[in-house]
Design a protein around this ligand. Structure first.
Ligand code: NAP
Length: 301
């Protein structure tokens, strides 16, 4: 039988890397598994982070590299692999990955979330040819061009602000009559000269043959553009644990600040758990709390 670890951390975003820092400092026998060699998940797609205390403004990738280097400096074991299945038998979890298998007494599950699809004609067909979900990754291709951003939350507004510095014009389409993004971001957007806000506008179809060249609204109006960025929310990556722990109606793992889920020994941290505020700083806080819960749990078994 292979070695039984104290803890496996599934996910290398803000929650996972903070868990790794706290686990290393607690002397736990653990490993962090992340599918990407660059770690960091959603943060890497964020342009300017300006609400992480201590950093007035920092690039998402830069911040995650600091988290990563911190964990590395503490000799936190981190591997690149894809977690495919988690089972529990006789108090021991088996984590099956694409390339290896781990046995552990506890798991911190912090797989984050993926972008939600808009679900309109043209979205899948033109993906990568004018349709995208990551302004930071693809914005450069639309230098001096006109782009549409769809959505009304923090991501849509942050993306629109980022693109406004690169593109000739940014049109933000939102389905309601007000944005749900933070006030400070909305104010910045309203002050950006090359951003047009269009409320009560629902997308019916993304138009184009070889590449996106417009958006058809449900009202019948057509907007010409060179690219469309979709930012209509996130979907938790909870598939792997859905038969192990209780999820809410939206697929988030039900857990409070302690990270405790409905299954003993399984803890959830970051965007994948039920919580009121999904931010980098609250994901980090979850990581710290989860390791505290893991230590308390291990004392009882
Ligand atoms: P979000 O807050 O859930 O907002 C999603 C937006 O998309 C909403 O405005 C929603 O409209 C709209 N939407 C949803 N489905 C739609 C559809 N089918 N068609 C058209 N519009 C649709 O998602 P998010 O902006 O991706 O943010 C995700 C989480 O990350 C949030 O907790 C957010 O606070 C956090 N975040 C924080 C920062 C920051 O701190 N600076 C930056 C980025 C993200 P309604 O408003 O009508 O529901």
């Amino acid at each position: 039988m292979s070695e039984i670890l104290d803890l496996v951390i599934c996910g290398g975003g803000a929650a996972g890397l903070t868990s790794a820092v706290y686990a290393a400092r607690s002397g736990l026998d653990f490993v962090l598994i992340d599918i990407s060699s660059s770690m960091g998940s959603q943060i890497t797609q964020t342009s300017d982070v300006d609400n992480y205390t201590g950093f007035e403004k920092v690039n998402g990738m830069e911040l995650v590299m600091k988290f990563y280097e911190h964990a590395k400096a503490l000799n936190a074991p981190m591997v690149n692999d894809e977690v495919q299945e988690i089972t529990k038998e006789n108090g021991i979890f088996t984590i099956k990955c694409a390339q290896g298998e781990y046995k552990t007494r506890t798991v911190i599950y912090c797989s984050g979330a993926s972008h939600r699809e808009l679900g309109v004609k043209g979205e899948k067909e033109l993906l990568g040819r004018g349709v995208g979900y990551c302004a930071v990754c693809d914005g450069f291709f639309y230098r001096n061009k006109t782009v549409v951003v769809v959505g009304g939350g923090n991501t849509a507004v942050t993306d629109a602000l980022y693109l406004s510095k690169i593109c000739k014009k940014v049109i933000l389409l939102h389905r309601r009559d007000s944005l749900r993004a933070e006030k400070i971001l909305v104010e910045r957007l309203e002050n950006a000269e090359n951003v047009e806000l269009m409320f009560n506008s629902e997308v019916a179809e993304i138009l184009g043959e070889k590449g996106a060249d417009g958006v058809l609204l449900k009202s019948g109006d057509k907007i010409d553009c060179d690219g469309v960025f979709i930012a209509v929310g996130i979907v938790p990556r909870s598939e792997t644990v859905k038969s192990l722990a209780k999820l809410d109606n939206n697929g988030y793992i039900v857990a409070d600040e302690s990270g405790k889920t409905s299954l003993d020994g399984l803890f959830a941290a970051g965007d994948v758990r039920t919580k009121a505020l999904r931010q980098i700083i609250t994901a980090c806080s979850d990581g710290a709390n989860c390791v505290d819960s893991v230590n308390k749990f291990l004392d009882t078994v």
